[in-house]
Design a protein around this ligand. Sequence first.
Ligand code: PMP
Length: 284
Amino acid sequence: RIVYVNGSYVPESEAKISVFDRGFLFADGVYEVTAVLSGKLVDFAGHMKRLRRSLSELALPSPGSDEMILAIHRELLSRNGIEEGLVYMQISRGAADRDFAFPPENTEPSLVLFTQAKTLRETPASKTGITVATVPDQRWRRCDIKTVQLLYPSMAKMDAKSRGADDAWMVDGDGFVTEGTSNNAYIVKQDGTVVTRHLSNDILHGITRATVVGLAEQEGRAMEIRPFSVAEAREADEAFVTSASSFVMPVVSIDGTKIGSGSPGPFARRLRERYIAHAEETAL
Ligand code: PMP
């Protein structure tokens, strides 16, 4: 596999980053993951917009223009022959002598990209749905910034797996679901209303979420953009999550309680189809 590191395309075994890189020492970096369908990038503009916001919130220097970053994405896809999968991009503050304070001279940011060939459309989980277990949300309070500081979500996922679930739903101090470890969370009430948490510093502002909320509205669905509790989720007709890598993924149980019939709900299945069709049409 060919990866991109600071200006060069190299085999992954030859890629090098300094041990003093602040991404490595302080998780001082941000990232984006963009889906690839039929060799094209899904919602690249949305990912770039969020990347710019993450960079600005952390006063991280920009590694280059949107056009340059798009060109690197495309070059890697072509070099690695990726038709379906993901492009991962990370920008960190670069290498500097270890100090909590940012380096006084702006260091060169590190820019790293790699691809992952992966089936996204026809996955077993999209047919069966996934199960989730709830965990307290113990992340920092700026979950709106897409930083590489992913230890807690990783621990939360391991906790969920040790309890026999596929993923975790994180829950705030008031008993309301914030989001999944790497996805946004939704329920569909018995009257068909779709509920998903409002945007704030408590969740990542999902690129897929923005598209899916628009598609659900086009479907004529009533939407309630507000927090929902674990108790309300257990009573829901359907549940699902969204992310760039899973699109729309049905959730069939929460902490062992079946949601609705215990199989993927009709709305989540239709929304998944509509999302994929929209992603295919608009990918570039
Ligand atoms: N929330 C979290 C915590 C995530 O890590 C992700 C995936 N990056 C999402 C939500 C979904 O965001 P997107 O639709 O942009 O992939």
